[in-house]
Design a binder for this molecule. Sequence first.
Ligand SMILES: C[S@@+](CC[C@H](N)C(=O)[O-])C[C@H]1O[C@@H](n2cnc3c(N)ncnc32)[C@H](O)[C@@H]1O
Length: 300
Amino acid sequence: MAREVMEHLAVDKGIYVDATVGGGDHSAEILRNLRQGMLIAIDRDEEAIAFVRERLKGQSCRRAGVSSLLVHGNFADLDSIANTVPEIRQGVSGILFDLGLSRHQAVTPERGFSYQSDGPLDMRADRSTQKHTARDVVRHSSEAELARIIRDYGEERFHRRISRRIALVRSRLHTTGDLAEAVRSVVPFRFQAKAVARVFQAFRIAVNDELENLRCGLRQAIGLLAEGGRIVVLAYHSLEDRIVKQTFRDFANVGRIEILTRRPLRPSPAEVAVNPSARSARLRAATTLKSRLQAQAGAA
Ligand SMILES: C[S@@+](CC[C@H](N)C(=O)[O-])C[C@H]1O[C@@H](n2cnc3c(N)ncnc32)[C@H](O)[C@@H]1O
């Protein structure tokens, strides 16, 4: 949904933040459209930062008045990141969150996110600072805790039997293939593919604390926006989208933002045909309004 993202970010002059730089496609597009200012591109994954550093080399330097900064960090720490980048304190003109996994993470077996190919049960977005892998969660959580993770983060109806199975064979679960097989072994054939996908989603969310990070990141992002600044979020499952919707509502109810997308935008069938992984994308966008106090002061 690159076109819709760029339309809603309305990149012109100012400070823009790509909170999830990934492979750098959106960042490259922001830089291309930026007339004057700075792009701050963040990712939790050091491999993404290293890749994009090479990719963007020279792209901003070629134009006077345009610069970029790559930050290895968690968007849940946006306020701390802002403290180290004085430009952010001037007010951010646009901020983008493109949630979920990058293509590189999804297709690299050693990262342990994929159930299509066998790899270690890892799933850490940030291997340099996170200690606990998916294997640790599988090994050290009680059966009840496993059931809660699979129910709450995977919305999987067979959560009880799957957690029972995982608890029973946990010492033999070393790889993503082992975990997928444990799930398949207790789920009727026609539900297996979805159940495996949901269980992997659940462990990924648990390992990376994704939902709490999103709650914190969105609130801090809105706090950093300049008046008229834009926030654009691409979510890929209903748990993420619910948080985005609720956070936007909370800020809209106190007059802090105006929601630009009454309903989330979805990719066109043509886009899904070309890029099937976009099929679950939901885009929501908002713009900041003057705070009530500022508006009253202005009116007085
Ligand atoms: C879908 S990809 C982004 C793709 C990117 N928009 C592009 O154009 O290539 C999501 C990225 O967000 C990163 N990410 C996920 N949670 C994060 C967090 N809490 N803080 C910073 N980055 C995060 C992931 O590491 C991943 O690289």
